[in-house]
Design a protein around this ligand. Structure first.
Ligand SMILES: [Zn+2]
Length: 187
């Protein structure tokens, strides 16, 4: 009788142990999956897996204070700021290439999808791929707007409105300071 009780107890402990360790393994797997995202690469012409970028506010502050960034880069990218209309370097920019996230370098917009909206901010009717940008609800300034963020580093880009041209009808209104232009050769 006593041996039987010990055996049952051992079985219960072993079962509990397996349950706990499998739970940990699953957690680790989920974290790994969540660390990587599938995004479109213009240069590769295909989807790629890339690591998410997560930094502390202090790290962002230091990075974005470097001379290669626009003076308002930190305020815009990390604090949802907006540059004054017609002040940004890409408002009237017309070269052929890809506009990347100024904070992490991810491809965001292609010059083929840029158009003159008259708003004073670079405007695109679509991103390079839906996976490369994400939206967040922004309730600041007594308005409800759809904020656009980089899907890789979650930095603020601008807002999306539904008064854009065909074929999407969308207007991605983006701060120049959130972008870095990379020229491409015309094919
Ligand atoms: Zn980014």
């Amino acid at each position: 009788m006593r041996a039987w009780t010990i055996f049952t107890l051992l079985l219960a402990v072993a079962g509990l142990f397996m349950l706990v360790t499998s739970g940990f393994a699953k957690d680790e797997m989920m974290t790994d999956e969540m660390k990587q995202i599938k995004v479109y690469s213009v240069e590769k012409g295909d989807y790629v897996m890339t690591d998410r970028v997560a930094k502390s506010e202090e790290e962002w502050k230091q990075q974005l204070a470097q001379p290669e960034y626009e003076p308002m880069a930190y305020k815009i990218l990390r604090k949802q700021g907006t540059e004054p209309a017609f002040s940004g370097r890409y408002a009237k920019h017309k070269e052929h290439g890809v506009y990347r996230c100024a904070a992490c370098g991810q491809d965001l917009y292609h010059s083929d999808h840029k158009y003159e909206s008259g708003s004073g901010w670079p405007s695109y009717y679509q991103p390079v791929a839906p996976e490369n940008v994400a939206t967040r609800t922004d309730r600041s300034f007594f308005m409800v707007r759809n904020e656009l963020i980089c899907s890789r580093c979650e930095s603020h880009l601008g807002h999306v409105f539904d008064d854009g041209p065909p074929p999407t009808g969308q207007r991605h209104c983006i701060n120049s300071a959130s972008l870095i232009f990379h020229p491409l050769k015309k094919k």
